[in-house]
Design a protein around this ligand. Structure first.
Ligand code: XUL
Length: 526
């Protein structure tokens, strides 16, 4: 057995683990634990707590902690060689924030293995729930911060993104405005990623440059807290934020809690976590500038690596720090598999195979039928009113609606990624829906680009494991090269390549304009 590294991914709906053997260039263990199923006592639906206000989407930090216990117990049961793990890293759903009291530091340092993590965390949360990336209740706070920072362009060029409802800064501002006492009681604010890293490390973990860039608080170029942004957000914020550090940076040895309880190697190193998208960039092997991928997950994301920091003047896309040390771009479309699932439910389509068959049974361009599948409020284009709109599309036609939803998602990606000015040679695709060739053909045709599937169902957790390896190699002065670390882990699936169909691509060149007109129509009404 070679050197083992553990990567964890705390996403919206699940916690996943990937263990890699770095010397053998192999994943040796993978497991996922679905929050709703494994921890029904927290009463989440798709990982989100019910709320009367449709714009408010919170989850529970205690749920994430409980899942960490359960997943370690599962790994122990599955006889994973936890005693041989050299370093642990992770990734979290981005932007979500956890509010800790002054008790946190001591509690984290003395986690009692006789109790569960949830029991240990008694009195540590200054706010019971965490706003997560699906929340869109902070439009007012976004406007206030944006104004103080000088408008969209300046906000984006300073913090990497315009203010967005789900970003942590506007969320912190709302918390400060609506619950000032609880804000005052908060001595430390964590992201989902740094909260989980804090549990593993037994101390308050730094926030990394990847996830830190999703807060509207970090100076994207200098990679330190931007004091104007902090001032525009809430008072005394600088005292409540932890240090910033590179992704995968060694924090210290893992907490004794995991050693005693689950047999984790006492010398294993806990490292800083990052966001799920920056981790996926590594998990998909996008280490060179210009490489692009699309992840078809709960949200659909379009991302790639960049050598220099180039921000979106229109404020739709984001720039985050990449775990490789450079930058990455990201555009997040909230109604991803969320919308595909809703269409599947509406038309009672038994499985995804059938969904793909229905798409394949319809022509490219869908006879001009267009849907705007905004089952939830949308991030890009920004639309704070949920609502599905159909144009020249018969609601009764199941097949046409299946094609319409995926075409709309791809056309939207094409339209809203133009600012990146990248002309990729090929696009790597990952995530649940990437298994279906009919869908990939639509993607290749809309983007007019070669597409290849990369079969890393847990790209974020894998990226986190590779990040753990990089962090350990750096800390032990081995001067690691990313090419060498990712070698063998991130190969596209042989035979999965799909070429664009020239005729279909021409249809989409026209259709993107029609789609854009439908979008502006809908946005005008809103
Ligand atoms: C990215 C974003 C989502 C979450 C999903 O900005 O909000 O992709 O990271 O977990």
């Amino acid at each position: 057995m070679g050197k083992l590294f553990l990567g964890l991914d705390s996403s919206t709906q699940s916690l996943s683990a990937v263990v890699i053997d770095l010397d053998a260039h192999k994943v040796i263990y993978e497991k996922s634990l679905n929050f709703d199923e494994a921890l029904p006592q927290f009463k989440t639906k798709h990982g989100v707590l019910p709320n009367r206000d449709a714009l408010v989407k919170h989850s529970s930090p205690l749920l994430w902690a409980a899942a960490l216990d359960l997943l370690f117990a599962q790994m122990k049961k599955d006889k994973v060689a936890l005693g041989k793990i050299i370093a642990v890293s992770g990734s979290g759903q981005q932007h979500g924030s956890v509010y800790l009291t002054e008790k946190a530091t001591e509690t984290l340092a003395t986690l009692d293995p006789k109790k569960s993590l949830v029991e240990n965390l008694d009195g540590v949360l200054a706010r019971k729930t965490s706003p997560i990336w699906m929340d869109s209740s902070t439009t007012k706070e976004c406007a206030e911060i944006r104004k103080k920072l000088g408008g969209i362009k300046f906000t984006a060029s300073r913090t990497g993104s315009d203010t967005f409802e789900r970003f942590t800064g506007p969320q912190i501002r709302k918390f400060y405005k609506t619950e000032p006492k609880a804000y005052e009681k908060t001595t430390s604010i964590a992201l989902v990623s740094s909260f989980m890293a804090s549990l593993l490390a037994g101390k308050i973990a730094p926030i990394d440059f990847g996830d830190g860039a999703g807060m509207n608080l970090m100076d994207i170029r200098r990679k330190n807290w931007n004091h104007d942004a902090l001032k525009a957000t809430a008072p005394s914020l600088v005292k409540k934020l932890p240090l910033l550090a590179p992704s995968g940076h060694v924090i210290g040895p893992v907490s004794a809690y995991f050693v005693t309880k689950y047999g984790l190697n006492p010398e294993a190193l806990a490292t800083t976590w990052t966001g799920d998208n920056p981790a996926s960039v590594i998990g998909l092997g996008l280490i060179k500038p210009g490489q692009v991928a699309i992840s078809l997950g709960t949200s659909d994301t379009f991302f790639g690596t960049m050598a220099d920091c180039h921000t979106d003047e229109n404020g739709e896309g984001h720039v985050f720090g990449s775990p490789t040390g450079g930058y990455m771009t990201l555009i997040c479309f909230k109604n991803g598999s969320l919308a595909r699932e809703k269409i599947r439910e509406q038309y009672k389509i038994s499985d995804w195979k059938k969904f793909g068959e229905l798409v394949a049974s319809t022509p490219p361009g869908n006879n001009d039928g267009v849907i705007l599948p905004w089952f939830e409020t949308e991030i890009v284009p920004r639309s704070n009113k949920a609502g599905v709109r159909r144009f020249n599309l018969d609601e009764k036609n199941a097949a046409a609606n299946c094609r319409a939803v995926f075409e709309a998602q791809m056309l939207s990606m094409r339209l809203h990624s133009q600012w990146m000015q990248v002309a990729p040679e090929k696009i790597l695709v990952t995530g649940g829906a990437s298994n279906d060739r009919a869908l990939l053909q639509v993607l290749a045709d809309v983007m007019n680009c070669r597409v290849e599937r990369i079969e890393v169902s847990k790209s974020a957790a894998l990226g986190a494991a590779l990040q753990a390896a990089h962090g350990w190699l750096t800390a032990t002065n081995k001067n690691p090269k990313w090419e060498k670390i990712i070698a063998g882990f991130t190969k596209p699936v042989p035979g999965s390549e799909i070429q664009p169909d020239k005729k279909a691509a021409k249809i989409y060149d026209k259709m993107v304009e029609r789609y854009a007109a439908c979008e502006s129509d809908a946005l005008d009404v809103i």
